[in-house]
Design a protein around this ligand. Structure first.
Ligand SMILES: NC(=O)c1ccc[n+]([C@@H]2O[C@H](COP(=O)([O-])OP(=O)(O)OC[C@H]3O[C@@H](n4cnc5c(N)ncnc54)[C@H](O)[C@@H]3O)[C@@H](O)[C@H]2O)c1
Length: 282
């Protein structure tokens, strides 16, 4: 399959980053979200990211303008009908994603691949609600998308080999390093990362140390570039909670029990960077 036109559903921190790297590689992109405010936030975040690259002389002003010109926007999924692949990057919530996949299956052309950037939700279950389960796959980018090389390419039980090959090629074409991962709760990245973050939140909950001290232990002691609580704020505490719930429910194992402090912070609307407050203030 020749991929020329890429749709992205969700213009949040991940969707806007995915749109940016696809346009940077010369693909035509349509960025979709529920309303114009969300779209505008996504476009502003792309423009800010490009302005930083221009100021570091990594790209020219003209290249930044050309890149933005490749991205069209839409609040109606019918605008995705011409896409060769759609990457869904909406809020981490299974019923919501199942609805989006049903709708994408209706509006997208028969040959289109439907990919999800979900952090943890079963790709096999997303595939099962469509009439094209063989063309559904996970494409799990890391945050921030323009900076991070990894893409986990996640095959559902139903995914056809050709679709896996096309998506692996696409990941390389946009400058990423694809890793072949099977569909399982949390895949590989978040199966390992989120229990560590959850444990760091337990350390805070039990008042073993301050947020800064916990992060310092992991940065200086384990050479992590970022502490787990600062990373939780970057990911979004709502997304962290949702991933822990998928691990907890999926494995039915109490070792994945989300920390009560994480639940309470999400209830309070302290979602991390995106809400201005999490373990730190922004
Ligand atoms: N945050 C991370 O570090 C990270 C990393 C990898 C993958 N992910 C995954 O990427 C996805 C998005 O995460 P995010 O951090 O960008 O979230 P976000 O909250 O920044 O953005 C989510 C966007 O989805 C939009 N949305 C919700 N319902 C929609 C619908 N029905 N149609 C179109 N748009 C809709 C929202 O308006 C919002 O703009 C989630 O599945 C998440 O698990 C996140």
């Amino acid at each position: 399959m020749t991929i020329k036109h890429i749709g992205v559903v969700g213009a949040g921190q991940m969707g806007s980053g995915i749109a940016q790297v696809c346009a940077a590689a010369g693909f035509q992109v349509t960025l979709n979200d529920l309303n114009n405010d969300a779209i505008q936030r996504g476009i502003s975040s792309i423009e800010n990211s490009l302005a930083r690259l221009v100021s570091k002389e990594k790209i020219s002003d003209q290249q930044a303008r050309d890149l933005v010109a490749l991205i069209s926007t839409d609040t109606d999924m019918n605008g995705l009908s011409d896409c060769d692949i759609v990457v869904e990057a909406a809020t981490e919530n299974e019923p919501l994603k199942l609805d989006i996949f049903r709708r994408l299956d209706e509006v997208c052309k028969a040959s289109a691949i439907l990919a999800s950037n979900t952090s943890s939700i079963s790709i096999t279950r997303l595939a099962a609600v469509t009439s094209r389960p063989g063309q559904v796959i996970g494409m799990h980018f890391m945050n921030p998308v323009p900076m991070m090389a990894l893409v986990e390419v996640i095959r559902a039980l139903q995914t056809e080999d050709k679709v896996f090959e096309d998506v692996t090629e696409l990941a390389k074409a946009i400058g990423k390093v694809p890793v072949d991962v099977k569909d399982g709760f949390g895949f590989v990245a978040n199966r390992i990362l989120l229990p560590m973050i959850n444990e760091a939140i337990y350390c805070r909950y039990e008042n073993l140390a301050s947020a800064e001290e916990i992060d310092t232990v992991m940065k200086l002691g384990m050479a992590h570039p970022m502490g787990p609580l600062a990373l939780a704020d970057l990911i979004g505490l709502d997304t962290c909670l949702s991933i822990m719930e998928v691990l907890h429910d999926g494995f039915n194992d109490s070792k994945y029990r989300p920390c009560p402090l994480l639940k309470q912070m999400v209830d309070a609307g302290y979602l991390g960077r995106k809400s201005g407050r999490g373990f730190y203030e922004y």
